[in-house]
Unconditional design. Structure first.
Length: 313
């Protein structure tokens, strides 16, 4: 059974993709606005920013090329809180961010307690997802809410997980499978259940598992890679050095392998294979469906062939 679709409505307020953008999901009372820091004046003029809600400040991580720093906050008037962060660092502001996302409610029914609950949950989910480095000094405890309110706020979080990646914000995006997609079949479609079968890469000095989840290729925690890079110098070597530096790829106690300390998302199967093997590699042929000799490329081809066969039937 394929997953139910979602209708996300985006509006480019100034007609440019790099400017202020609003986002809504059909049948959800939440409202999302994203804007670059250079458009902060325009953002603060909008009525949504005077409401109770949560916000996320985003910027480049200088310690992890390609990485993101993030700060999650809340307020009765989110605009005032964001304006305070716009001050210079020495005046109580924050310098790192260059983009902000504001999440409020169209029906203005979010209370201070709701916002504090959402702030706590966003921080917890972001910490688990490990997509960004959080600069929040502390993680506030999740406030106790009435059962109905808690259910509504958890629904808010789930919708935020959907809409934020559409805006290019992966802060809350998990590499883990939902229970529904936890055991996909060999020919499961990534577009259907949201995940592929498990792929393995097992050669001398390597024993790695990976899965394509929601369109991303994820090498699983506990996978073993070769202890050092041995190929020619490429951009993948720099990526490997970064993963070793940030603790994602650690040396085992016997020094014979590098182990993935957490799930790591890669741009492609070839990038993942290169990091695991310590050299350039064609991930489309190196990764194979667990327990078979079916390569990643052959698996993809089988999905297209299956659709073609259905159309001809």
């Amino acid at each position: 059974m394929s997953a139910l679709g979602k209708s996300v409505r985006l509006f480019l307020a100034d007609g440019t993709p790099g400017g202020l953008v609003t986002a809504e999901i059909m049948n959800w009372t939440g409202h999302v606005i994203a804007a670059p820091r250079s458009d902060l004046g325009t953002l603060l003029k909008r009525p949504e920013t005077s409401r109770t809600g949560v916000y996320v400040l985003l910027g480049d991580d200088p310690d992890a090329p390609g990485g993101t720093l993030a700060y999650v906050g809340e307020g009765d008037d989110v605009g005032k809180r964001i304006a305070a962060h716009h001050r210079q660092e020495g005046s109580g502001g924050k310098d790192f961010w260059d983009r902000v996302v504001v999440l409020t409610s169209k029906d203005a029914n979010l209370t201070k307690a709701h916002a504090r609950y959402l702030e706590s949950r966003f921080i917890a989910v972001a910490a688990e997802a490990k997509r960004s480095s959080l600069v929040n000094g502390t993680a506030p405890p999740t406030l106790p809410l009435p059962e109905a309110d808690r259910s509504d706020m958890e629904f808010f979080v789930e919708q935020a997980k959907i809409v934020l990646p559409v805006l290019g914000v992966n802060l809350l995006r998990s590499t883990r499978l939902s229970a529904q997609a936890a055991a996909p079949a060999v020919h499961a479609s990534p577009a259907g259940a949201g995940a592929s079968p498990v792929f393995t890469l097992t050669v001398t000095g390597v024993d790695a598992n990976a899965q394509e989840v929601d369109g991303e290729f994820v090498v699983r925690q506990g996978s073993l890679a070769r202890p050092a890079w041995s190929g020619v110098s490429l951009s993948y070597e720099k990526l490997r050095q970064q993963l070793e530096t940030d603790g994602s790829l650690v040396l085992t106690s016997d020094g014979k392998h590098r182990e993935f300390a957490q799930d790591v998302v890669f741009a492609s199967p070839s990038a993942a294979a290169a990091i695991v093997l310590g050299r350039s590699a064609n991930g489309r042929t190196e990764w194979k469906v667990d327990g078979t000799q079916v390569t990643y490329a052959a698996w993809q081809e089988s999905l297209v062939e299956a659709v073609t066969a259905e159309g001809e039937a």
